[in-house]
Design a protein around this ligand. Structure first.
Ligand code: IPD
Ligand code: CA
Length: 269
């Protein structure tokens, strides 16, 4: 795909992320308890997820009818040029009036992510990256943090019920036992954006879907960080474990976070 076509899509992704943000803020600021239904334990769906999903699909279909679309709420299938979208990542936070959630939009073309946009509508922070052109927050360049070692590092370890609880418990034990500070902030997309802008040092989760992470992983890469090969072995459609961090702690974290799908977490001897 030509550079100018990618540039057009990158600008458009930010435009529709802002439009989605208007809907998210309207529900978030309504003061009432946001109505949510459970897709599974601690896995919620709100009317805002559905409204934003609809808006983004409609806007993209109109602007780029030739592109494929894959979203958390509507699904989709593989395409050479594919939009990968999470209308609200961090729905549990959103439903509980915690302002840590984001709209996540990635554009994946011919096997690699070319554009990644993660927008927090409450803080009005637009994290955006284009492959080879750097990562930005509200148009200011961002970089991963220059961390010395584990005791200087904080890692967000996302919790997924798609893997055995015991694995998560061991993972957190290993992180803390090796000196890492630990967070579980409830949005993979924003967690990755926080790594990219140097607020935290790493993000990991034992299983995630592409709509949760594709945009955020490009942010980390373009901000000088290291990211695991998420799309390996069918990850784009079937999900994979995720690790993304500042390069100085990569080796250490790779020893703690298994990156094979369904690979158990090992307790260090
Ligand atoms: C979830 C968030 C959370 C992660 C879960 C995801 P959702 O996405 O990214 O941080 O730990 O695995 O499912 O449900 O809020 O869109
Ligand atoms: Ca999500």
């Amino acid at each position: 795909m030509h550079n100018s076509d990618i540039a057009r899509r990158h600008e458009f992704a930010q435009e529709i992320a802002r439009e989605a943000g208007v809907i998210a803020r309207r529900y978030f600021g309504s003061g009432d308890r946001i109505q949510a239904t459970e897709k599974g334990a601690h896995d919620l769906l709100t009317q805002a997820d559905l409204d934003i999903d609809r808006l983004l699909i409609d806007r993209l279909r109109e602007a780029f009818p030739e592109d494929g679309i894959l979203t958390e709420e509507s699904g989709g299938s593989a395409a050479t040029n594919l939009w990968v979208i999470d209308p609200i990542d961090g729905t549990l936070n959103f439903a509980r009036q915690i302002p840590h959630f984001a709209v996540s939009i990635a554009f994946h073309a011919q096997g690699r992510t070319e554009s990644g946009v993660v927008y927090n509508p409450v803080t009005d922070e637009m994290f955006a990256a284009r492959r080879g052109l750097g990562a930005f927050c509200n148009q200011r360049p961002i970089r991963v943090r220059d961390t010395r070692d584990a005791t200087d590092a904080v890692v967000d370890a996302g919790y997924s019920l798609k893997r055995p609880v015991a694995d998560y418990v061991v993972l957190v034990g290993e992180l803390v036992g090796n000196g890492y500070g630990f967070l579980q902030n409830g949005s993979a997309a924003l967690g990755l954006a926080q790594v990219a802008c140097g607020r935290i040092d790493g993000y990991c989760e034992l299983f995630l879907n592409s709509w949760d992470v594709l945009a955020g992983l490009l942010l980390v890469e373009e901000a000088g960080g290291w990211v695991s090969d998420f799309t390996a072995d069918g990850g784009l459609l079937h999900g994979n474990p995720v690790l993304a961090c500042t390069p100085s702690i990569r080796q250490s974290l790779q020893g703690l976070v298994p990156l094979g799908r369904n690979e158990p977490v090992k307790r260090a001897g």
